[in-house]
Design a protein around this ligand. Structure first.
Ligand code: GLN
Length: 304
């Protein structure tokens, strides 16, 4: 399969869509990112990497970080996590508050913001220096020691993140946050501000295409069982209220972020990261979504 040729064709195909989405301006530091940016990287379990466009440029990974924090927590605390967070699609926007009250403070899944805040609470309980340990985990997965946080993005979100603050306090009122909400929010904003390229992300998600083990260096990131479960959660909950649409049009487990990144995994074969900052109304990259749809169309790949 000539992945290089395929991704170059996709980059051309989606170019008319680049100015159609809206950059996530609710986080002021992200509002200035150029909507014309576009990159794709494919990393295979055989160790190959194919890239096109702005695949080496770093961007704010935002909710893609929720996959890393979940992988760290699932391996450390195992099934105890599921007492505090569910694993059912929410059918609601990522930052919705309503469901949390109906369901007595137990978030539907670890990928909506409320669920991710619970996971971050666990990270704080389990790690002496959570931000350093998370950065170390991500660097190891990506094989890149230069990955870091963008302080200006974290600060910008802290200043404007009233909805996340509401969610954190709401969780606390139900006894489902053990740490101080302000502390949890600080770590959460930092994880969202990690700055990575498509190349880093495709490489970093490769363990999920290979049963939990990094196929390039043999490092065991998580167990096979956890890898299968993370993929299942990405399949059902990774694109918020567009999970069904993503399964229908793309057919791979995936995770999106409001920085415009989407990463998808074809178990046993590859991971693919796309970046285009213009978002659709559900907060998912408009051109990135289309690019992944074209990828599975042109390659005839799907988990189904
Ligand atoms: N930091 C963002 C927020 O909490 C992440 C959301 C996302 O990427 N979907 O609003």
């Amino acid at each position: 399969m000539d992945y290089q040729k395929i991704i170059e064709r996709i980059a051309e195909d989606v170019s008319p869509l680049l100015d159609k989405g809206e950059v996530a301006s609710y986080i002021p530091a992200l509002a200035g990112v150029s909507p014309s940016k576009f990159g794709i990287a494919v990393a295979t379990v055989r160790g190959e990497c194919f890239t096109t466009g702005d695949a080496s440029e770093c961007f704010s990974i935002q909710s893609l970080s929720k996959v890393f924090t979940l992988a760290m927590v699932m391996d450390r605390i195992g099934d105890a996590l599921w007492e505090r967070v569910g694993r059912e699609a929410s059918g609601n926007p990522f930052n919705s508050l309503v469901q949390l009250e109906y369901e007595h403070g137990r978030p539907r899944n670890p990928f909506i913001n409320a669920g991710a805040l619970v996971v971050t609470d666990c990270i704080i309980l389990e790690n002496h220096d959570p931000m350093r340990d998370l950065r170390g985990f991500v660097r190891t997965c990506a094989g890149n020691n230069t990955i870091g946080y963008d302080e200006s993005v974290a600060l910008s979100e802290k200043e404007t993140g009233h909805r996340n603050a509401a969610l954190a306090h709401f969780l606390k009122s139900y006894g489902n946050l053990y740490n101080d909400p302000g502390r949890v929010l600080d770590v959460y904003y930092h994880q969202c501000s990690l700055s990575m390229s498509c190349k880093d992300l495709a490489r970093a998600f490769l363990f999920l295409a290979n049963g939990g083990t990094d196929p390039v260096n043999g490092n065991i990131v998580c167990g096979l069982r956890q890898a299968k479960r993370i993929n299942a959660l990405m399949q059902t909950c990774g694109l918020y209220d567009e999970g069904g649409e993503f399964a229908f049009r793309v057919g791979l487990p995936g995770k999106s972020g409001v920085g415009g990144g989407i990463v998808a995994v074809m178990p046993g074969e590859l991971s693919i990261a796309v970046w285009s900052p213009g978002l659709n109304t559900a907060g998912n990259s408009l051109a990135g979504f289309k690019a992944l749809e074209l990828f599975t169309t042109y390659t005839s790949k799907s988990i189904f």
